[in-house]
Ligand binder design. Structure first.
Ligand SMILES: Cc1cc2nc3c(=O)[nH]c(=O)nc-3n(C[C@H](O)[C@H](O)[C@H](O)COP(=O)(O)O)c2cc1C
Length: 181
């Protein structure tokens, strides 16, 4: 069955490792007949959540009008949301964290967004896979809170420079994730 998939990336590096995995995933997903909408958070303007709890009162997801208001309707429509990012300081890069923080608007406004699939593509420089816990655990817990189910995670350690991902099977794993969405 054809699904609507939203992919949200967090790296500012266009030729980087997480983008390569993102592109492998998207190509495989589209070949399966899914429709994919991609947002590159680092190229967009999304500020942090102000915790004003006026979400959707203006008609838009966020009263502080920024590019989250373009992303939010796509998330609401999606069957699955895939996050793709590197590790920054053992955690989630600020650019995509702002998008994730603003997903609070769905909770505040009581939007029913349960039942979506959630995927994660992640990479880091260090060889220890647990370095990605600072991304993996918040994504898993956020998905659980939203009543989303994890459809898969691709966690690739040991990649520093752009292109290093090609020395791993990260792109192959990312393409295979499309089988589970
Ligand atoms: C600001 C910044 C912080 C980083 N912090 C970490 C880190 O804590 N642990 C780690 O293993 N790699 C860290 N890295 C390395 C990146 O995770 C790694 O280079 C990754 O492959 C980048 O993915 P990209 O090419 O998709 O941007 C950091 C890189 C940057 C630019």
């Amino acid at each position: 069955m054809s699904k609507k998939i939203v992919v949200i990336t967090g790296s500012p590096r266009k030729n980087g490792n997480s983008f390569a995995m993102t592109e492998a995933f998207i190509q495989a997903a589209e070949e399966k007949g899914h429709s994919v909408t991609r947002f590159d958070a680092a190229a967009m303007n999304v500020g942090g959540c102000h915790a004003c709890e006026t979400c959707y009162k203006s008609g838009k997801a966020c009263s502080f009008d920024d590019d989250f208001n373009t992303i939010a309707p796509a998330i609401l429509e999606a069957d699955a949301v895939v996050f793709a990012m590197p590790v920054y300081w053992y955690s989630i890069p600020a650019q995509i964290k702002a998008v994730i923080d603003k997903m609070f608007s769905f909770c505040v406004a009581g939007k029913n967004i349960a039942g979506k699939g959630c995927g994660l593509l992640c990479c880091c420089e260090e060889d220890d896979k647990s370095v990605m816990d600072g991304v993996r655990i918040p994504i898993e817990r956020s998905a659980a809170l939203l009543k989303w189910h994890m459809v898969g995670e691709v966690l690739i350690p040991g990649v520093l420079n752009a292109g290093d991902i090609e020395k791993t099977d990260g792109c192959k794993q990312a393409a295979a994730l499309a089988d589970n969405v």
